[in-house]
Design a protein around this ligand. Structure first.
Ligand SMILES: Cc1cc2nc3c(=O)[nH]c(=O)nc-3n(C[C@H](O)[C@H](O)[C@H](O)COP(=O)(O)OP(=O)(O)OC[C@H]3O[C@@H](n4cnc5c(N)ncnc54)[C@H](O)[C@@H]3O)c2cc1C
Length: 430
């Protein structure tokens, strides 16, 4: 297993090992003035920066680590319509009309992501197709109800595949069928983040790495302070996801960082890899503590799963991931894991996106709840629109109600662990 970071401070992922490197950006020194200052160089911050710069704004991005160092450079690469919560949960939160509007925006998020890939010639291995796969009869019924509801209320047709139809594409006996979504897909996450950064830099955005924001002064023109400088701007955008650490406590109390992990096998060879997933789709099961997987371009399996609620990786992570992978693909028993890494997803209590304003000039977007590859770019786009004076679409998200995690920052972890233990038990029993 490769355990040392292959690119400076990036986690030791296959992504960091395989992406064409991006030249390091300087750290902020001294004072700057900008139209918009963005905290965080993940998809949310980079997309907002690119869109704002293209609209003529002077934009500065402050990144604590490296570009794409957070979830945007580590994720499962599955580009999905919708959000971390189901649409019926959104209907209960904001009503059927707004829920439809938000879902349509999520589709626009995928369309815009694909348009950005094309426009900026981002080589990030886009592939079509995603299957949601059930393990239990109750999950078959729930998926079929979901598929029917999405077709009828959201005009979003997906295909139901029987067990045999799925088996023709996926060499695993573990699943009872699939809902196949041809509009979703997958990509190389870090290459997409780097591509956004290159486009933003070319559009005039100034990105500073190793420049953690340590304080946000909420003045009419907000100031974002780092250890060696500060940026004053007309608007600030907080796009720090699960890593904010004290800059805006009221945001942090509304999300819970949950660790999730990905293993990359050694390359399998083209024929063997294609034998596993013949149509090259991405796959995710529908358990609470889900398994998700797809192939990488050099014909290895990228297999994600295993949630954890501590800041430390779970004990024997490598063995756990190998066992999970072999439950799905016993034929890979002798294939070694070459890369193993993890990251935090920012779960909100209702798993709906948490986007809004702290003051009229401080925007934020978080709470992607493990469903942010397309949605974070949408957040960046809608924040840019709102700063440009068109806020109706952003405000449709800002109206979603969110509560802090019970117990506050100190107690949220034990309470969540208890809740997750229940969901895992439910996965196991029903
Ligand atoms: C292992 C894993 C698998 C996932 N799989 C999928 C998937 O398959 N499909 C899907 O849709 N979603 C997935 N997600 C979620 C998705 O990756 C995220 O929702 C999305 O990348 C969030 O983007 P972001 O820009 O908001 O945050 P991030 O990419 O996390 O970026 C936030 C950035 O802000 C910086 N930052 C934080 N605080 C400060 C500060 N004080 N000062 C300066 N900078 C700061 C961080 O260093 C970081 O680089 C996954 C996430 C993980 C971790």
């Amino acid at each position: 297993m490769k355990t040392s970071a292959s690119r400076d401070a990036y986690p030791p992922s296959w992504y960091a090992a395989s992406a064409a490197p991006l030249p390091p950006q300087p750290a902020l020194q001294g004072d700057l003035d900008a139209d918009v200052c963005i905290l965080g160089a993940g998809y949310t911050g980079l997309t907002a920066a690119l869109e704002l710069a293209e609209a003529g704004h002077r934009v500065v991005v402050l990144e604590a680590q490296r570009i794409g160092w957070g979830a945007s450079g580590r994720n499962g690469g599955q580009v999905l319509a919708g959000f971390g919560c189901e649409q019926d949960a959104l209907e209960a939160l904001v009503g059927a009309q707004d829920a439809r509007r938000l879902f349509d925006l999520s589709r626009e998020g995928i369309a815009r992501l694909r348009a950005r890939i094309e426009r900026h010639a981002i080589a990030c291995d886009w592939r079509d197709g995603h299957a949601s796969v059930p393990l239990k009869p109750r999950q078959v019924q729930a998926l079929q109800r979901w598929q029917a509801h999405m077709a009828q209320a959201y005009d979003y047709p997906m295909q139901w595949w029987s067990r045999d139809q799925l088996r023709a594409q996926l060499a695993s006996d573990r699943y009872l069928g699939a809902v196949y979504d041809p509009h979703s897909g997958h990509l190389h996450p870090l290459e997409y983040a780097f591509g956004l950064a290159r486009a933003a830099l070319a559009a005039g955005v100034r990105i500073f790495e190793h420049s953690a924001v340590v304080e946000l002064a909420r003045e009419p023109r907000p100031r974002l302070k780092t250890a060696q400088g500060q940026v004053r701007a007309d608007f600030a955008v907080l796009a720090g996801n699960a890593w904010l650490r004290g800059v805006a406590p009221e945001l942090e109390s509304r999300i819970m960082p949950v660790g999730t992990y990905i293993a990359a096998t050694a390359p399998l060879g083209q024929a063997r890899a294609r034998e596993l997933i013949r149509n090259d789709m991405a796959v995710a099961d529908v358990n609470w503590a889900l398994d998700y997987f797809r192939l990488g371009r050099d014909h290895r399996l990228l297999f994600g799963g295993r949630a954890s609620y501590s800041s430390l990786p779970p004990p024997d992570l490598r063995g756990v991931m190998a066992r999970r992978m072999r439950r799905v693909f016993p034929q890979l028993a002798e294939v070694p894991i070459e890369y193993l890494w993890g990251g935090y997803v920012d779960i909100s209590l209702n798993r709906a996106p948490h986007w809004g304003r702290l003051t009229p000039s401080v925007y934020f977007a978080q709470g992607f709840s493990g469903h942010g590859v397309a949605a974070a770019g949408l957040a960046g786009r809608l924040i840019a629109e709102a700063i440009g004076g068109q806020s109706a679409r952003f405000d449709a998200f800002a109206r979603i109600p969110h509560a802090p995690f019970p117990g506050g920052r100190a107690l949220r972890t034990p309470l969540l662990v208890a809740a997750m233990a229940w969901f895992k038990l439910r996965d196991a029993l029903w």
